[in-house]
Ligand binder design. Structure first.
Ligand SMILES: [Fe+2]
Length: 285
């Protein structure tokens, strides 16, 4: 049973979350209300300029192609304008939300090719760290990959399947899959250098560099069952990064795996230690 907007608004106020949940529609969306100040526009440019210097070197080509296709860095994006471009490419649109939203409406938006983007931006003393996801994380981090058809399909299928797997006891396992792909995924096609695409990396100045370039980063070939079993870090660098060969491989793995059987096999087991998962490419080299 999903939580009501009114109850969620109370919970968020108690937790000190800064979005205005009192004005949500029943699906937890709000108007973007494009009335950003000159200071907010300046923060957006600083964030984008600084991070683009890194993404040009460390982000996968698919992410950079997405940025180019959406043209999103000069000023705070107008979600309606970007939605039109994204819709033409992969059928996705953006919806504005006040911040984190409950799982059920979040998955419903994904299942219907709507990506929720927070409508407010961090302040200039939060450039390097913010507790809640803000517009920079949601937009700069997540949206470019949604221009890629196979990844766009994966995200839609993920949203459509998540509730069933949660009901079967696979809530943590399905969250790990999102975490290690949409948030912290790396990619390396045949003959290509290792690059990143996950939003948690795209929106992090320090972890993007660590994940791709630091010899201490633990790189593990993507395997959907292993990913669903591997624990993760919330407030420090990940101790494992899974490396996809392509978005098509991610989509194919999701379509072909018997996800319910994976949940049944492992739902009562504790998470695998990320540091012990797979064979480090560095160690194997
Ligand atoms: Fe995210």
């Amino acid at each position: 049973m999903t939580i009501s907007v009114a109850d969620y608004a109370v919970e968020c106020a108690e937790q000190g979350l800064r979005g205005n949940y009192a004005v949500c529609r029943p699906d937890f969306t709000v108007d973007q209300a494009y009335d950003y100040t000159a200071v907010e526009q300046a923060v957006w440019r600083v964030l984008c300029d600084r991070q683009t210097k890194l993404t040009e070197k460390l982000a996968h080509k698919t992410y950079l192609d997405g940025v180019k296709a959406l043209g999103l860095l000069d000023r705070i994006p107008d979600f309606d304008v970007v939605s039109q471009r994204l819709k033409d490419l992969t059928g996705w649109t953006l919806v504005a939300v006040p911040g984190l939203i409950p799982a059920e409406p979040f998955f419903d938006h994904l299942a219907n090719r709507r990506f929720p983007v927070t409508n407010w931006l961090r302040t200039d003393d939060e450039l390097d760290y913010i507790v809640e996801p803000d517009m920079f994380h949601d937009f700069f981090g997540h949206v470019p990959a949604l221009t890629q058809p196979a990844f766009a399909d994966f995200m839609q299928m993920y949203g459509a399947t998540a509730e069933k797997l949660i009901a079967a006891g696979g809530g943590e396992m399905i969250t790990r899959l999102y975490w290690y792909t949409a948030e912290y995924g790396l990619m390396q096609g045949e003959g290509e250098p290792l690059k990143a695409f996950g939003a948690g990396l795209m929106s992090s100045f320090t972890e993007l560099q660590f994940a791709v370039s630091d010899p201490k980063a633990h790189h593990v070939p993507f395997d959907i069952e292993t990913v669903m079993r591997t624990g993760y870090e919330i407030d420090k660098f990940q101790r494992a990064y899974f490396v996809l060969p392509s978005f098509a491989a991610l989509k194919g793995a999701f379509e072909q795996a018997d996800l319910m059987a994976i949940v049944e096999r492992h739902k009562n087991a504790g998470p695998l230690d990320p540091a012990a998962v797979g064979v480090s490419r560095q160690a194997a080299a």
